[in-house]
Design a protein around this ligand. Structure first.
Ligand code: 5GP
Ligand code: ZN
Length: 105
């Protein structure tokens, strides 16, 4: 998607640091953190929101990505959320899982 900010980040247009990456997803820091550590786990394919996610393999990979990046960074306690739909706070219409923690990385 040409006008999607997360697709641009994934393409490397802004030189964003990826804290974790595999064939399915990237993880980078939220630009406006709402906790000491605020990461975004983002699939490489453009899926608008959880409502459009049909691929069960990708669903599993996204959760595995949460586990992998938190393990890699030594984060033992965290919370995750997925805003779905603008009425519930979704601002970027490329699916992402927020990972928030009071641990420093
Ligand atoms: P949403 O509200 O859609 O669930 O979350 C979008 C998140 O993306 C927000 O927390 C916002 O701070 C973050 N964000 C928006 N634009 C950028 C950007 O260009 N870079 C990064 N790293 N985060 C962004
Ligand atoms: Zn996108």
């Amino acid at each position: 998607m040409d006008d999607c900010i997360f697709c641009k980040i994934i393409r490397g247009d802004f030189g964003t640091e990826f804290l974790y990456e595999n064939e399915y997803l990237v993880v980078f820091k939220d630009i406006n953190p709402k906790a000491k550590t605020h990461l975004l786990v983002v699939p490489k394919v453009h899926v608008e929101s959880l409502n459009e996610l049909e691929d069960e393999k990708l669903m599993a990979e996204l959760i595995k990505g949460v586990k992998a990046v938190t393990k890699k960074l030594g984060i033992k306690s965290y919370r995750v959320h997925i805003n779905t739909g603008k009425e519930e706070g979704q601002e970027v219409f490329h699916l992402h899982i927020h990972v928030l923690s009071n641990s420093d990385i």
